[in-house]
Structure formats: C-alpha cells, structure tokens
Design a protein around this ligand. Structure first.
Ligand SMILES: Cc1cc2nc3c(=O)[nH]c(=O)nc-3n(C[C@H](O)[C@H](O)[C@H](O)COP(=O)(O)O)c2cc1C
Length: 272
C-alpha cells in the first residue's frame, strides 16, 4: 500500500527516547493493571469529599484589587464556545451530515507557508494550530462508523486529504480498545478522532521537554478540532478512557515511535 511516510525516526540522535517510552508506559491504562485505577477514580467520584474538591479546583487569590470579567464573549467565537460541552449520551439513529465533519477537519489545513532560511528548496507549512517548533508531533486519524463497523483514515492536513489506513475496523476491536467505562460509545457515536503522538519529532530537538511539548500539542490540537466541530453543530466527548496499547495497535502504529494519545468521540446528542 502506498501512502506518504513521514521522516521519523530522525537523523539526529534522540538519546532520551528509551526513558521517555518507559515513563510514558507508566501513564498508560492497561486491561490487567487498571482495576486499582478504576476503583480509585470511582471512589473519588462517589465520595462527598471528592465532589466538594472537584467543584472547587480553583486557586483562591486575595479579595483585593479584584477586576470583574464583564466583557461579552468574543463575537466570532461565542457561538461555538457556548455550544461546546461534553456530550454524555449520543443518539445512534440521528441523521448525521458528514460534510460538517469534513468542514471541521478542513480547519487543520495549513494557511501559511514559509521558506527555510537554511535551504531555500525547503518550505514549511504552518497549520492553524500552534505546534512546538512547528514540528507537529501529533498525527490525526478519523475512525468513522461505516455500517456495523468502522473505517480508519489518516488525516493529512498538509495535503488536505484523507487516506484509508484500514477499510474495516471491527466494532468489537474499537469497543475493546477505546471504551473504558462506557461500552456504548462505539455503538452510539458516529465515530472518533484519534490523536497520536510521534514523540521523537520533538524529543530529537528538545530532549525530555519534547515529551511534554508533544503532550501539550495533543491538548491543543484536540481542542482545536473540538471547537471546530462545535462550530459545525457536531457533538463531542473528549475521552481519556482507552487502553493505550490496544488503541495504538488499532492505528497500526509502531509503539516505539507513535502512541495513541487522545480520543474525541463525535456524533449527535440524544437531547439535540
Ligand atoms: C484529556 C481529557 C480526557 C477526558 N476523558 C474523559 C473520560 O475518559 N471520560 C469522561 O466521561 N469524560 C472525559 N473527559 C471529559 C471531561 O470529563 C469534561 O470535559 C468535564 O467534565 C467538563 O465538562 P464539559 O466538557 O461539559 O465542560 C475528558 C476531558 C479531557 C480534556
């Protein structure tokens, strides 16, 4: 199968990579070891103290020299900012306009080019979201419901193209990989955007900070897509409840270079 390959692994040494992967492994949800984590988060959610804490996760500063934020929401952003919320129940029967999804993905396509000062044959394509060093460690995939199963496509922002990676991802595989805590999501959504990180792209330049920068980009780009989907009237749920290694395998990625980092379910809310 021919699809554009990226340059990773890089030509420069990234000696921090083994330690980065070891550390990252400690952050993963795994089927065998996750029971303690589920019990712990369940106990937190179910305790009165946990509810009090979660409702007061803000820094208390002295009540002096206080300025009220009374300006109206920025006009052009206001609609999607107020439309955005976590959708907790999707309606699998609701009609879905795929062009809205495509329009949201269009918001990833580079808007600016810049010529390299080192080599005038080289051009950079700056995307609409910020990236550490413009290195774009995050890859974006579309897991789209097709019939009873899914199709997996790679989103290529620079080429403004979707390319099929797997024509069929069985429902069971997607549900077992991506649905910790809510098994219905794979059945009720129209699909998910899967964000992976190719750590080495930033580690090769920034060392251990490159790992952190890639995580930051995961947050930035997923929020960027989430807001674009809100603008298009598509409901979403940002989701960390996936088994990392199974999710990475679903992408067909080599876990030594690329790991699934974030999931954004999309579809139509039951109460829409
Ligand atoms: C990185 C990240 C991971 C999340 N993972 C989950 C998850 O696994 N399960 C879940 O129910 N919600 C998850 N959420 C959604 C948050 O719980 C939700 O955004 C929060 O409760 C605030 O609600 P709102 O999005 O409606 O403002 C996640 C959000 C983020 C940013």
């Amino acid at each position: 199968m021919a699809f554009d390959s990226y340059l990773t692994p890089n030509s420069f040494d990234a000696p921090e990579m083994p330690e980065v992967l070891t550390f990252h492994d400690r952050t993963k949800s795994k089927p065998i070891s996750s029971m303690d984590a589920f019990l712990r988060s369940g106990q937190y959610v179910d305790s009165a103290r946990g509810a009090q804490e979660a409702s007061r996760n803000y820094k208390v500063a002295p009540e002096v020299d206080v300025q009220e934020l009374t300006e109206p929401l920025p006009e052009r952003l206001a609609t999607c900012l107020s439309a955005r919320r976590s959708c907790r129940e999707f309606d699998p029967e609701a009609p879905f306009d795929r062009t809205r999804l495509m329009a949201a993905l269009r918001c990833l396509v580079p808007q600016r080019n810049a010529q390299s000062v080192i080599d005038e044959e080289v051009f950079f394509h700056w995307r609409p979201y910020p990236s550490p060093g413009g290195l774009y460690p995050v890859e974006i995939h579309l897991l789209e419901r097709e019939g009873d199963d899914f199709a997996l496509r790679h989103v290529d922002p620079a080429g403004a193209k979707l390319r099929v990676l797997r024509a069929r991802v069985p429902m069971g595989e997607a549900a077992n990989a991506l649905c910790i805590g809510d098994k219905t999501l794979a059945q009720t959504t129209k699909g998910a955007i899967l964000f992976s990180a190719v750590w080495e792209r930033t580690v090769v330049k920034y060392g251990f900070a490159g790992y952190r920068f890639a995580l930051m980009e995961l947050g930035i780009v997923s929020h960027h897509v989430g807001l674009a989907l809100a603008d298009q009237g598509v409901d979403t749920l940002h989701w960390g409840g996936f088994f990392d290694d199974r999710g990475t395998a679903l992408l067909g990625a080599d876990p030594r270079t690329e790991t699934l980092g974030h999931v954004l379910w999309y579809g139509a809310a039951s109460d829409a």
